[in-house]
Write a protein that binds this ligand. Structure first.
Ligand code: UDX
Length: 440
């Protein structure tokens, strides 16, 4: 099928490349000329495992191209995805102005039957709004144009895999034709067993918010449990293993640590709460999920303070700056929240990340960025694990101990074994686990 994807960010570019990979002819459109220029040279604007290679394959195969001009791209398109950003306003409410502008820019170019797909995570009721705009802008096509909600469930660092092998495909539509077109579009995935869930538009939009809110709730539950474990001398990693062994609970997203970040959970929680409030329902549970998440960073800060006392003359090494492994994305990264907290207290902070060093530096100019874990740890008074990149799990502990001015490790992602750390002579602070504070 002929597909247009408007917006080439983390969701749009992955959607464009993977729809081409399952056999469609795709045009990726963005009003950012520089980004389109880069994409035309085959350069992805962000790191996502497997994306660069697949993008090159698809453009070479002639099934994927990029354009700033939406008019020509939309001519004859059967499906038009909108994957533009829905950032949080200062109030926390999702800003939908980019989405409205994008749909209005496309409306004049629509020329026949087409399905307009709302992919961005939006408050329930947004698809209905888009349908109203299109009816007003193009009354001549009111029987030809469908609007559907098709929320994405992509995880950064695994987005290509999640797009090609989704856990499920969710479509909210207002008529059978909307569902039929989307079933046709995703036929290869459905044929390989992916569940295709049909709902009305508002339910699809709301379910997406509910998914992210519940995943964030699981993480905050684990972090609140970690606070209790630290006071009880219990081990949160063992406790969540017990919890996760109950299939009704499930083990995923129960890892206590520095908490969640990224451009989804923090903003989607706020947007969901604002949507509920706008509909007249107060949803304090969502506020508590966010509060516990902020508390997770503070609890880690307190461990550094406990280990180092006055921070003014101290050098703290952070391993990991991205909000999670396998991404260069530092948006809402707990690592940067901690770095900022330490800098404000007068510490010198040096961070290392396999991919996100440059992004971190531009986000937090006061942060020193090292080109390796060793360089970051050299002469540091303590090391904090902020992101669980695989390379940190296999860190040479003897070498780390020789490099650090003091053998102090604060494990913000519980990647080390407390017993091993004690045997290697470290002062070790786990998260929600035993901390070994030998005399230091
Ligand atoms: C999330 C959702 O998983 C995805 O379905 C949705 O489409 C977009 O938002 P993403 O934000 O890319 O994906 O990353 P995810 O893997 O969900 O992790 C989010 C944050 O939670 C990261 O900061 C991660 O470090 C943290 N996390 C995750 C925990 O702190 N503990 C956990 O157990 C799991």
């Amino acid at each position: 099928m002929r597909v247009v994807v408007v917006g080439t960010g983390h969701v749009g570019l992955v959607t464009a490349v993977t729809l081409a990979a399952i056999g469609h002819d795709v045009v990726g459109v963005d009003n950012d000329e520089e980004r389109i220029g880069g994409l035309r040279q085959g350069i992805s604007p962000f790191f996502e495992p497997g994306l660069q290679g697949l993008m090159e394959q698809m453009t070479d195969a002639g099934r994927l191209r990029f354009d700033v001009e939406v008019t020509g791209a939309v001519q004859g398109a059967q499906v038009i995805f909108f994957c533009v950003g829905t950032p949080a306003r200062a109030s926390g409410e999702a800003s939908l102005v980019a989405l409205e502008r994008a749909v209005r820019s496309v409306a004049p170019s629509l020329s026949g039957p087409a399905v307009v797909v709302e992919k961005s995570t939006v408050p329930a009721g947004t698809a209905e709004r888009l349908w109203r705009i299109l009816r007003l802008e193009r009354p001549d096509l009111v029987d030809e144009i469908e609007v559907v909600s098709n929320p994405e469930f992509l995880r950064e660092g695994q987005a290509v895999e999640d797009a090609l092998h989704p856990g499920r495909i969710l479509v909210g539509a207002r008529s059978p034709r909307g569902f039929e077109t989307m079933r046709q579009l995703f036929e290869p995935l459905i044929d390989s067993g992916t569940r295709f869930i049909e709902t009305d538009m508002a339910t699809a939009e709301l379910a997406k918010h509910a998914c992210n809110a519940f995943l964030a709730l699981k993480i905050s539950f684990a972090n609140a449990l970690a606070r209790v474990c630290e006071r009880a001398g219990a081990d949160v990693t063992a406790a969540v293993d017990v919890m996760g062994s109950d299939p009704r609970i499930g083990r995923a997203f129960l890892d206590a640590g520095l908490g969640y970040g990224g451009f989804c959970f923090p903003k989607d929680l706020q947007a969901f709460e604002h949507l509920a409030a706008r509909l007249g329902y107060d949803f304090p549970l969502l506020r508590e999920v966010a509060r516990i998440n902020d508390e997770a960073v503070e609890a880690t800060f307190e461990k550094v303070k406990d280990a180092l006392w006055n921070l003014e003359d101290k050098r703290v090494a952070l391993l990991g700056l991205s909000f999670k492994p396998d991404t260069d994305d530092v948006r809402f990264s707990p690592a940067l929240a901690l770095a900022g907290r330490l800098l404000n207290e007068g510490a010198t902070v040096v961070g290392y990340d396999p991919w996100a060093g440059a992004a971190a530096k531009s986000e937090l100019p006061g942060l020193e960025v090292a080109s390796s874990a060793d360089d970051a740890m050299a002469d540091a008074h303590c090391m904090v694990v902020c992101t669980e990149w695989d390379e940190f799990r296999s860190l040479d502990l003897r070498r780390a101990k020789a490099l650090l001015a003091h053998p102090i490790v604060v494990d913000g992602r519980n990647i080390f074994d407390p017993t091993t750390m004690k045997e290697e002579g470290f002062v070790y602070y786990g998260t929600g686990r035993a901390s070994h504070r030998s005399a230091h």
